[in-house]
Design a binder for this molecule. Structure first.
Ligand code: 5GP
Length: 130
């Protein structure tokens, strides 16, 4: 696993060097819209700790950070009006980890996609071809 790169774009957002419009922020996490949205709602949720990927986070984060991150994802989906409990139609979570998944930014981030019919998960197509 590569070491955490302090110059990655989400580290700059956390340090306030690049502006973002937070959808949600708390002790453990920050959520903001993706700069290149793949659908009507596309939000990224990042932990405030320095974790390269999901793999790194699962191995090294404290239980409080893990619970905080999961709850922040749920709170963000709620604030975006996506949760069924709030009358929304649901959402999809994606966390790309490593080169095979084309992870571009080496700071763990959860994509929240929603705001319409998302169709079946993309993985289905490649599995069907195999
Ligand atoms: P990945 O491929 O690493 O899972 O996704 C990285 C995501 O970060 C992409 O969807 C990309 O559009 C988004 N992104 C890259 N740079 C910025 C930025 O400066 N601001 C925001 N809000 N999103 C960014």
């Amino acid at each position: 696993m590569t070491a955490y790169d302090e110059s990655n774009v989400f580290a700059k957002i956390l340090r306030g060097e690049i502006p973002s419009k937070p959808v949600h922020e708390d002790e453990h996490a920050l959520a903001f819209p993706d700069i290149n949205p793949l659908g009507p709602t596309h939000i990224l949720v990042i932990p405030k700790g320095k974790y390269v990927s999901f793999e790194d986070f699962a191995a090294k984060a404290s239980e409080a950070e893990i619970v905080g991150f999961v709850r922040a994802i749920a709170e963000t989906a709620k604030k975006a009006g996506l949760t069924q409990a709030e009358g929304g139609q649901g959402f999809r979570l994606i966390a790309n980890a490593g080169p095979a998944a084309h992870q571009e930014v080496p700071h763990l981030h959860m994509h929240i996609l929603g705001g319409g019919n998302l169709g079946p998960v993309g993985m289905q197509k490649s599995r069907d071809k195999a």
